[in-house]
Design a protein around this ligand. Structure first.
Ligand code: SF4
Length: 687
């Protein structure tokens, strides 16, 4: 039995960024189930959990868990001691750097690990390896959101609390299949809508939330900026804007006022399928509501024009004054459980130091140098979506991947996998032999989130504890312990005795986490929301109540340009493909594909096809189809449903067999470098 530590722990869910809190129970050697914790300790979920958080723990006890370091010899893995495996990683990376320079290696960190671990991993990249190339999966989900919100309001994060999402008067939800991706948020939205809040859903798919909406508008997809700018135009034309808010709290309104003039109702309808009546109704209700929450996810962010679309949403929130107060705000629904903290706040990104501190800020660089004895690289490195091209060019030769699975998550997988193959050295640290680990020279076995201590930060900036309910299997260790041992081999003795030692350093170096200590979190089940600059600070529930995060305290209107979709249906590939998540699975499926209960609901990949389109193709529900883009093809089961519009297909992202990213395109947003996962052209035929 591996449950030698304890059989119950109050902890935070390891799946999505709602950050549900519960007591996790174990019996014998299994993690069995989750139950609501102390009500004081569950501000995000308020007793609710979804099926993944409640039951999805088969993976923890799976026989397939990595429990031993592995090294590759003559193309085959064999078991190794920790000493041999760590030596191989240290040598593999430093040999490349000695020969070709520090920036010829990169590090990928993971939002599945804790804040403390992400801080340690980016420190390993910047201090120990001295490479500027550090990134993680936030690049693939909300990097466009972060880029846009930093420009307009100051922080790249949700402005309000989850609690506000249950109490607002009005919602605009777009590009977010909330019921499946953030189930507990959807429960709050549906309850509040039943109690009278106005719910507007703009989405190309008739998702569950559409059934509960006051107005569901099936958008064409590809030109969301047009209908959002069209709403702003309608609001201004009818003098419904919040003049006082605009005057006192913002700058540059005139530029947006001018920009939106081109988005007439006729143009909006032509581009987006949104009728003038629907546009006017939503715009007027949102403008006249006392409070409104603007919620979005990857249907908005994962486009080549993702940053522009979020700019448009921010402009809409500013023009209506729904910011800087309770029950209102800009609410990007973040993905992974720790993508806010581990993905961004802790700095495993190539363009900011921890806490979004600028690489160009000499004072910040000096503080880090003083603490670390090494000056961090002061120019931006490669984003993960740029790394694989650089491998092809011979500019990137080695990678250390912690908890990421680019062999499933990258767009245009055939290309990405060829790049992984080309690397001179690859080390992968994970809990399973992932599709990416298969390409590695060394595989290091890590602990799962249920086996370690530390903190994670949910989508509302709330930092909460995770605690172990079991020991890691065999010789597996927590990520921070492994990376510390690697640092030691490369000449840096960090001396952390536990994650609290790392958090102490975070408190020193990251002002927005200055007062978020383990000691306080142990006392406060409900966690603390950043910014929390010192130990007397109560945390910040709603951002921007006193001013926006700029020197003058004013938000910036930034006009949003109408981006052009880079791949539209054509004669050869006449159907539009989009991808996304389903309730019973999670990201690249490494955890949920090993869960018997979850697999019994959705056991394989599929393509949602509208009945009309299915008729044209000549395929019936449950039959198999080949879906082909110019980059590759997959065979999946057809699911005939009117959730997806005629002429479009939807395929989930979680499966290795029938991996949708064999079809998706590599085109990137020019600002955030997020790929366009939501727009590809395919043909579909019955097989
Ligand atoms: Fe976990 Fe998200 Fe489900 Fe809550 S809603 S139980 S955080 S997966």
């Amino acid at each position: 039995a591996r449950l030698s530590r304890m059989d119950k722990a109050e902890t935070t869910c390891g799946y999505c960024a709602v950050g549900c809190r519960f007591d996790l129970y174990g019996k014998d050697d299994e993690v069995l189930a989750a139950r609501p914790a102390d009500p004081e300790a569950t501000p995000a979920n308020d007793f609710s959990t979804c099926v993944k958080g409640k039951f999805g723990y088969d993976y923890v006890n799976s026989d397939e868990r990595l429990d031993q370091p592995l090294v590759k010899e003559d193309g085959e893995f064999r078991e190794a001691t920790w000493g041999e495996a760590l030596d191989r990683v240290a040598e593999g990376l430093s040999d490349i750097q000695d020969q070709y320079g520090p920036d010829t290696v990169s590090v990928l960190s993971s939002s599945k690990t804790t804040n403390e671990e992400n801080f340690a991993i980016q420190k390993f990249a910047r201090q120990v390896l001295g490479t500027k190339n550090i990134d993680n999966c936030t690049r693939l989900c909300h990097s466009s959101t972060v880029a846009a919100l930093k420009q307009t309001v100051g922080y790249g994060a949700m402005t309000n609390r989850i609690e506000d999402i249950g109490n607002t008067d009005c919602y605009l939800i777009t590009g977010a299949n909330t019921t499946e991706s953030h189930p507990v948020l959807a429960t709050r939205i549906k309850q509040n809508a039943r109690d009278g809040a106005d719910l507007f859903v703009f989405d190309p798919r008739k998702i569950d939330l559409a059934e509960h909406a006051d107005q569901y508008t099936r958008t064409e997809g590809g030109h969301d900026i047009a209908w959002i700018n069209g709403m702003i135009r309608h609001i201004v034309e009818n003098d419904l804007q919040d003049d006082e808010f605009i005057e006192e709290r913002t700058r540059n309104f005139a530029a947006v006022e001018e920009k939106v003039q081109e988005f007439t109702p006729e143009k909006v309808e032509e581009l987006t399928n949104v009728s003038p009546e629907e546009l006017a109704n939503a715009a007027e209700t949102i403008a006249e509501a006392d409070t409104c929450v603007f919620g979005w996810a990857m249907g908005i962010s994962q486009h080549t024009y993702g940053t522009q679309t979020v700019l448009a949403l921010a402009d809409l929130a500013l023009v209506t004054g729904h910011l800087g107060k309770p029950n209102a705000g800009l609410s990007p629904f973040r993905g992974q459980n720790n993508v806010q903290g581990g993905g961004g706040d802790m700095g495993p990104i190539p363009d900011n130091l921890p806490g979004y501190q600028e690489l160009s800020d000499e004072g910040v660089l000096e503080r880090f140098e003083e603490e670390w004895g090494v000056r961090p690289p002061d120019e931006p490195g490669l984003r993960v979506t740029e790394m694989f091209d650089e491998v092809d060019e011979g500019n990137l030769r080695g990678m250390y991947v912690v908890g990421e699975n680019p062999a499933i998550s990258e767009p245009d997988l055939t290309n990405a996998r060829e790049s992984l193959e080309e690397l001179e050295f690859l080390a992968v640290q994970d809990i399973f032999m992932t599709e990416t680990a298969e390409y590695a020279d060394v595989v290091l076995p890590a602990a799962a989130i249920t086996e370690k201590y530390g903190t994670v930060t949910n989508t509302e900036r709330r930092v909460q504890m995770v605690r172990p309910v079991a020991d890691p299997p065999g010789k597996a260790h927590a990520d921070w312990e492994i990376v510390q041992k690697l640092a030691e081999r490369l000449g840096f003795d960090w001396g952390y005795e536990n994650p609290t030692g790392i958090m102490d350093e975070i408190n020193e170096l990251v002002p927005i986490y200055g007062g978020i200590t383990h000691e306080r979190l142990e006392e406060r089940g409900e966690g603390l929301q950043w910014p929390c600059p010192d130990e007397d600070h109560p945390g910040t529930a709603n951002l921007y109540t006193e001013g926006f995060n700029f020197e003058d305290g004013k938000a910036r209107f930034v006009p949003a340009d109408l981006g052009d979709p880079t791949e539209l249906p054509n004669e050869e590939f006449p159907i539009a493909l989009t991808s996304g998540r389903v309730l019973y699975h999670w990201h690249t499926g490494q955890l949920t594909r090993r869960d018997e209960g979850l697999m019994s609901h959705v056991g394989e990949s599929y393509a949602e096809i509208h009945p009309e389109t299915a008729g044209t193709i000549g395929v019936a529900d449950g039959e198999y189809v080949e879906v082909e883009s110019k980059r590759g093809s997959i065979v999946v089961k057809a699911k005939v449903t009117d959730r997806t519009a005629p002429g479009k297909v939807f395929i989930p992202m979680h499966f290795a067999k029938g991996a949708v990213n064999k079809l998706t395109q590599e085109e990137l947003d020019p600002i955030s470098r997020i790929p366009d996962y939501k727009m590809a052209s395919v043909r579909v035929r019955s097989v």
